[in-house]
Design a protein around this ligand. Sequence first.
Ligand code: SF4
Length: 98
Amino acid sequence: MLSGSPLWQKGDSERFPDAGSVPEWHYYAACAAIDIDEADRLFFPGRGQSVNAARAICLRCPVLDDCRDWALDQTDELYGVWGATSKGERRQLRRAVA
Ligand code: SF4
């Protein structure tokens, strides 16, 4: 359940160029409030790089549960940190509930 005011509105940001495909919770995303290059660096780290900085942002995000559930529901595995989970952690979560 979303509450409070979203950080973004449809059409506000270059991050949401196709508003029709963006879930409502995206507009509340804490990661959308940081510099886009910094977000790319933190949330899509190279092999062997830490995800801790991205995870710390996620843990303060009002839509963490929506984001993690959405990422887990994707049939094509997403790269990067979503809902405070890495790709490998999401794979483990799926196996745990299978
Ligand atoms: S949980 Fe993390 S990745 Fe998901 S919207 Fe929030 S800050 Fe972004």
